[in-house]
Design a protein around this ligand. Structure first.
Ligand code: NAP
Length: 417
């Protein structure tokens, strides 16, 4: 008999998917939340209060989220006899369609694979979506951080993250080495650890398709395919080629290439057309510092996306406020992008911003834009008063440092007017 701890809240209704295409969101949706480990409970408690207050204010009590707590990580292990990702959590994430999670601990080396990677693979959450924009008042290392406004779509399931790796000296590695050297004529040093980088047309195309569809739905100007195809032609280069193929074959009416922009439109972007361009990954890091306003939606492979997301987040104030989500076609798990910061666990100290804005994106995803807007409007107003958590306080002069819950109190007061 499987262990059961999940209770769906009474009075709530599940989100459904109409015709395999569209989310149907009732006024009383049940959304899942996973507290997470370390600082997770502190930030989740604060954010649940803020999201609820925003929804209440925006819809005058006509709409309300009914939260279902789901268990993963250390809290799950306590309840489910050591299981850190119980089956009923997996089922609920799928069934509830939209959920949000705090950070989860991943022990370094040995033990189990990253819980986050497992989650993405088990639910086939193939797109990691990271919107990065600037909120006035947030300390940033850039002179013009307001020029940064991008959405990164990072492929989440393949590349060197596929987990196909063979340890130096192991029998498996020897077997792969023999095959590569003897049958394929490859040359590399003896005893090399070997990792495999699979990149498929299926995986690349569905990611780029999602990015282009997002650009269309949100009236964005361009989609940039970021790759390292000059070196890795059949993986990274192929990603780029498949990306252009999707644009041409499936969105021919709505997109033009950068080359066409200059050859056919004299560099003037025609109304209603999204420009598809590509950049090599290394130059992209430079361009995002030097000319960030040239970029809008970014679609990239797994490892590039991992590096790029954190680097771009740093430009607008860092991981403390960068939101994220992992998505399949419909199922979405929104998440804080930073880790569990164990040294600050239960101190009511850290910045809730990353989880908070992940929740704002979640409200937008379910179509509750008014509630999302209340938070994005109130947030810079609180920051303009220099009321911040410790991480921002140390980068600002004359700031008033508040706790996680204290920040939530001030923000709620602000958005309630
Ligand atoms: P981390 O937990 O992100 O913490 C690194 C540092 O970032 C903290 O010491 C703190 O900096 C700052 N920081 C993180 N969150 C913050 C917040 N909300 N507000 C203010 N500052 C914040 O990274 P880590 O120490 O490398 O990883 C710890 C654990 O988290 C590991 O087990 C790792 O695997 C896991 N992890 C989980 C996820 C996830 O669940 N998505 C992601 C990354 C890491 P200062 O010390 O300078 O104040």
């Amino acid at each position: 008999m499987p262990i059961k701890h999940l209770k769906l809240p009474e009075g709530g209704t599940k989100i459904s998917i109409h015709n395999k295409q569209q989310l149907v969101v009732p006024d009383n949706p049940i959304l899942g939340y996973i507290e997470g480990d370390g600082i997770g409970p502190d930030i989740m408690t604060a954010c649940l209060r803020i999201w609820d207050a925003a929804v209440k204010k925006a819809y005058d009590g006509q709409r309300q989220i009914h939260w279902a707590e789901l268990f993963m990580g250390e809290k799950a292990a306590e309840k489910y006899e050591g299981a850190i990702f119980p089956e009923e959590t997996r089922e609920a994430l799928q069934e509830l369609v939209v959920s949000i999670k705090g950070p989860l601990t991943t022990p370094v080396g040995g033990g189990f694979r990253s819980l986050n990677v497992t989650l993405r693979q088990v639910l086939d959450l193939y797109a990691c979506v990271r919107p990065v924009r600037y909120y006035s008042g947030v300390p940033s290392p850039l002179r013009y951080p307001e020029q940064v406004d991008v959405i990164i779509f990072r492929e989440n399931t393949e590349d060197v993250y596929a987990g196909i790796e063979y340890q130096s000296g192991s029998p498996e590695m020897r077997k792969v080495e023999r095959f590569l050297k003897e049958e394929m004529g490859a040359t590399f040093f003896e005893d090399s650890g070997i990792g495999i980088k699979p990149i498929s047309p299926f995986g690349s195309k569905r990611l780029v398709r999602k990015a282009i569809q997002y650009a269309i739905d949100n009236k964005r100007k361009s989609v940039t395919l970021v790759h390292k195809g000059n070196i890795m032609k059949f993986t990274e280069g192929a990603f780029r080629n498949w990306g252009y193929e999707v644009a041409r074959e499936e969105f021919g009416e709505q997109t033009i290439t950068e080359e066409e922009l200059y050859s056919q439109y004299e560099g003037k972007q025609p109304e209603g057309k999204i420009v598809i361009k590509d950049r090599i990954a290394d130059i992209m890091f430079q361009l995002m510092l030097l000319r960030p306003s040239e970029f809008d939606v970014i679609a990239t492979t797994n490892l590039n996306g991992d590096y790029l997301s954190d680097a771009i987040a740093a430009e607008v104030g860092g991981m403390g406020i960068a939101p994220g989500a992992n998505m399949s076609d419909h199922v979405a798990v929104f998440e804080a992008t930073h880790g569990t910061a164990p040294k600050y666990a239960n101190l009511d100290k850290v910045n809730p911003g990353s989880l908070l804005f992940s929740g704002v994106n979640m409200l937008e995803y379910i179509g509750w834009q008014e509630a999302a807007d209340l938070i994005t409007t109130a947030y810079p107003e609180v920051l303009s008063k220099k009321i911040v958590t410790y991480d921002f306080a140390r980068q600002m002069e004359n700031a008033t440092e508040v706790s996680t819950s204290g920040f939530a109190d001030v923000l709620i007061q602000q958005l309630e007017g």
